[in-house]
Ligand binder design. Sequence first.
Ligand SMILES: [Mg+2]
Length: 395
Amino acid sequence: MQGFPTIVHLDADAFFVSCEQARDPSLVGKKCAVGGRERGIISSASYEARACGVYTPMPTARALRVCPDLILIRHTQGLYGDVSLRMFDMCEALTPAVQRNSIDEGYLDLGPCGFPGLESLERAVRDLQRRIWDELRIPVSMGIAANKLVAQIASKLRKPRGFVVVPSGGEEAFLAPLPIGRLPGVGTKTEAALNRLGLRLVRDLFERSERELSAVFGRGWRGVLERARGQDDSPVETASEEAKSYSKQETFAADVADFAAIERIAKGMLDELMPKIRADRAKVRTITVMVRYADFSQESHGRSLKCATDLEAPFYPLVGPLLRAAWRRPRPLRLVSVRLSGVDAGPAQLEMFGQADEKRRILAGVLDRLNRGGRDHVVMRGHQLPPSSIEKKDT
Ligand SMILES: [Mg+2]
């Protein structure tokens, strides 16, 4: 484990309502809720509506009684899923290790990003929070901690737009003063029952003997105590094939400002990733180029092809424009990465390849075999030629 926390829990605030407000800004700041009218249930309520006593899930009829001027919004088919995909795409531009837990909640493991310390990691997470707001108009809360359990509790602590960081080793001290109902698995009813037994805060558990705890929680008491101490070693699981991706990044020893050189490096990454994709008999649809500056702020841009491919050629012409779109600040770069996602790993489908594609595939297979295992490229592609020979042509 690193000396600083790298697990992030991201949780959108009043997600369905926020999506509706993003679509119709006249709803911002109003008492509104998404839900069905007749015999319906409220599935998401604005914070203004919550202040009025509306919560989820609550029967719509009751919500309208406690808050007569509530603006009721019908579910918009497709909207929430689309916004969710875009939100998680932005997360995956930061790290490939993203676990989508639900439509508006997920975990990110920033361990693989190689941040040198908590300060730069925090800046990247704040930047992600800001960009999700800037681009999607969705407010999200972030919790950063050493594990998923504590990160999740942290993200829910200061909603909306929360940002809570729990330093490594500070898990138990962070949880101790919280109401016991903050622990996952302790619902409202259980909390009330525990309160009657004098267990109000997480720390109250530590004062009870094993016998007392097992009398209250049964055989699960050890697990409850572990959670209360903030112990959890469950990994961030990037489960779905869809979320799987192939990526490569390069950190420069000194900051680099030469566009042509970086474009060449990015294309070289494509050359390294594609043989892996072919070896997995997979295909990919989306390419994302990410740049990071010396202050660890970063920007990414992606494009998707109409259909998935296992060839370099369709992606080559996208690398330069994507790099240009991502590298907007007139500042040298510290790092560049290329990510290929939208993995299609299903059984080979009946396809209609153009002859050119078929020839490229045969050639790619030959190149893969020639280059396999060897550090030196046996065959060079145009962008791998020495810089001097290309830069003259670069306009
Ligand atoms: Mg949420």
